[in-house]
Ligand binder design. Structure first.
Ligand code: C5P
Length: 219
């Protein structure tokens, strides 16, 4: 199977890049952040009072997770429930790294991800795909951009929507998420020795995709 691992910081453009790259290569794209986001929604709905190893373990034990595709669109179901636009609210964005911290949940998601890669040519996008989930992926890409540029992009994206937020708040939240993703004990966000590091600060999405496609086609 052709497996392409894309990891990177929040707001680096990795989801869009992964989706467009998968389109060009005519393969599936698995957004793994959405799986963790769905678990964060379920965590809220179960009404646990604090995020701890016990509560996340309970959640992981009690629930069943399933991924389905309608055409290119991915849907994550936890016990049959799909969370739609709630997945992307700032509240869920803040809760997700806390829930994603625990090994027991990561193990459950790991199995799902590896099964998917085993049966599908795919671009898989997340934080620990190249380093942990798919160590044998044919291509590993690590997408970065400065925190200010990433916050600016997110601000523009949310402007005029129900999730609109202040630039300063977005930047603060991004920095907190970067810190949590980079410094956690289990599966921290790190490029591997074989990762192509792609800084998109001064690149458009189109330029980035062309650049990546050239790397892949050249091999
Ligand atoms: O990619 P996205 O920003 O949607 O991911 C949401 C959160 O899920 C991240 O901040 C990270 O904490 C967590 N995540 C993870 N491992 C992945 C993908 C996402 O821990 N492979």
């Amino acid at each position: 199977m052709l497996n392409i691992a894309i990891d990177g910081l929040s707001g680096s453009g990795k989801s869009t890049i992964a989706r467009l790259l998968a389109d060009r290569l005519e393969i599936k794209c698995l957004n793994t952040g959405e799986i963790y986001r769905a678990f964060a929604c379920a965590f809220q709905d179960f009404g646990y009072s604090t995020v701890s190893e016990e509560t996340v373990k309970d959640l992981a034990k009690r629930t069943r997770v399933k991924i389905e595709f309608e055409g290119k669109k991915q849907f994550v179901y936890i016990d049959g429930k799909e969370y739609g636009t709630r997945l992307r609210t700032e509240e869920i964005s803040a809760l997700t790294p806390e829930v994603a911290l625990f090994k027991v949940l990561r193990k459950k998601v790991l199995k799902l991800q590896r099964d998917f890669a085993k049966h599908n040519d795919c671009v898989m996008e997340g934080r620990d795909i190249g380093s942990h989930v798919l160590p044998h992926a044919k291509f590993k890409l690590f997408i970065t951009a400065t925190a200010e540029e990433r916050a600016r992009r997110r601000y523009e994206q949310l402007k005029g929507t129900a999730n609109e937020a202040k630039y300063e708040d977005i930047l603060k939240e991004l920095n907190a998420r970067d810190y949590a993703d980079i410094h956690r004990e289990v599966s921290p966000l790190v490029p591997t020795k074989k990762s192509y590091i792609i800084d998109t600060t001064n690149m458009t999405i189109e330029q980035t995709i062309d650049y990546i496609e050239n790397i892949i086609r050249a091999k």
